[in-house]
Design a protein around this ligand. Structure first.
Ligand code: PFF
Length: 455
């Protein structure tokens, strides 16, 4: 039994939406994934391509998802069903719901680590010198201990449930209204601290001065993957958040603001991390362990390093929470809209279900040999990350472009965006990008991924 839109809840204002959607977009993807991906792919040139993808693909797809959500006021499955009564398109929405569940089940594990690091920072573990060996030992000890990893994941999922069960304006909007400004303040303080370090300017040069000889095919693909993941695109999170968008608010400007915020935060994270790395003489290509293994070794070298550590991991935890909220919300909204479940029951049942699925990932970083090398295919967490975070989002983004550009139609999408009378500037550009540029570019990336050259 479907709920009337008014019973589903709405954002109370445009600002409420912007903070919540920016909260979804800004997460581990910006602060943990972006710096190490940029570091692995040569810095400046990667960043430039990433920015181009945000503008040419990210923003149109984001606006497209929001328009579908606003037009239908439904979860991804219900939205596709309402716009195109066929067997195929609701399944695309279904893929999004499953993907949300899948991403949450590994994302929450990494998010859990941020809590442990926050605790360590608060108790002074990073106040003195931490050698590279000691830092590695802290990290592997943490992620390799079954109970610690599971409990941290459980705590993070619990926090997520507690917000999502309270609904849109009373839960998600209220929480993000406090969490996002806190996050901005911490970021700005940290960035100011970092750029004023001696030798820090080299880090800024690495990040912003493109060296195109370092730009490989793989780096271009990584840049598109990063743009989609970072903006929460390809699984209907923005369809869901768009479904609570008030009819009288300006959607085009809000959508673009969210994308710009998200990008700004990724760049700010780079501005925090790279000067700190260069100042301490550390190479930026350490991979996924960058913020967990490398940073602790340099905090003591930074003035007020202990504070820097606490602020940084608090920031990471907050950013992760506003993203896990959106992941669970996609799944919950489906069960509330389509299956008639109560929100409270949906949040608890699906959140705890997700925790069960997260256990193999939590155990896959050394605690369980079986999950650490799952049937000889690597660790379970990385497999989940590849499956949901890369393949599934990319497939979802491609299908969404086809739907927007060729099935539902660009005119209808723009009509939904302009419902409040606020015009979309660059309508022809939007149409061209959604119909041609986005699907072709995403398809190229997809074929690259399938050929196994990436991830
Ligand atoms: N955008 C989030 C981040 O950058 O951490 C991750 C994410 C959230 C991806 C929600 C997809 C999604 F639907």
């Amino acid at each position: 039994m479907a709920l009337a839109p008014s019973e589903r809840g709405n954002w109370t204002s445009r600002t409420g939406f912007i903070l919540a959607a920016a909260g979804s977009a800004i997460g581990l993807g910006n602060i943990w994934r972006f710096p190490y991906t940029a570091g692995e792919n040569g810095g400046g040139a990667f960043v430039l391509v990433y920015l181009a993808f945000v503008l040419l693909i990210g923003i149109p797809v984001l606006l497209g998802e929001l328009s579908v959500g606003r037009a239908t006021k439904l979860n991804p499955v219900g939205a596709f069903k309402k716009l195109r009564d066929s067997r195929f398109w609701p399944m695309v929405g279904g893929l999004g719901v499953v993907t949300g569940f899948g991403i949450l089940a590994f994302y929450a594990v990494i998010a859990g680590w941020t809590l442990a690091y926050l605790y360590k920072a608060v108790t002074g573990a990073f106040g003195g010198e931490v050698t590279a060996e000691a830092s590695t030992a802290i990290f592997t000890g943490l992620i390799g201990s079954s109970w610690v990893a599971i409990i941290l994941t459980a705590v993070f999922i619990l926090l997520t449930i507690l917000v999502v069960r309270r609904g849109i304006s009373g839960g998600i909007e209220k929480a993000t209204k406090i969490l996002m400004p806190t996050l901005f303040i911490i970021l700005i303080i940290l960035a100011l601290r970092s750029v004023t370090l001696s030798g820090g300017s080299q880090g800024l040069e690495y990040l912003f001065k493109p060296d195109f000889s370092k730009l490989t095919g793989g780096a271009i693909m990584a840049a598109l993957g990063q743009a989609l993941f970072s903006l929460s695109l390809g699984m209907g999170a923005m369809i869901t958040y768009g479904s609570y968008f008030p009819d009288d608010a300006d959607l085009p400007t809000s959508g673009v603001t969210v994308a710009l915020f998200d990008t700004m935060i990724a760049l700010l994270a780079g501005v925090i991390i790279f000067p700190a790395l260069f100042s301490a003489g550390v190479e930026p290509n350490a991979g996924p362990g960058l913020v967990f293994v490398v940073l602790p070794t340099i905090f003591h070298a930074l003035p007020a390093g202990g504070f820097f550590a606490i602020a940084f991991y608090a920031l990471l935890a907050i950013a992760a929470l506003t993203s896990t909220i959106s992941l669970l919300e996609v799944v919950v909204s489906y069960f509330v809209d389509e299956r008639g479940w109560g929100r409270n029951m949906a949040a608890w049942t699906l959140g705890l279900g997700c925790l069960v699925l997260a256990i193999p990932s939590a155990l896959s970083q050394g605690a369980s040999p079986f999950f650490s090398d799952f049937f000889g295919r690597g660790d379970f967490l990385t497999l989940q990350n590849n499956l949901w975070g890369n393949y599934s989002l990319t497939i979802g983004a491609f299908l969404l472009c086809i739907f927007l550009g060729w099935v539902w139609g660009v005119d209808k999408s723009v009509e939904s965006m302009e419902l409040s009378g606020h015009k979309l500037k660059g309508r022809v550009l939007y149409s061209f990008l959604i119909r041609f540029v986005c699907p072709i570019a995403v398809l190229i990336v997809l074929s690259y991924i399938v050929r196994g050259n990436y991830f």
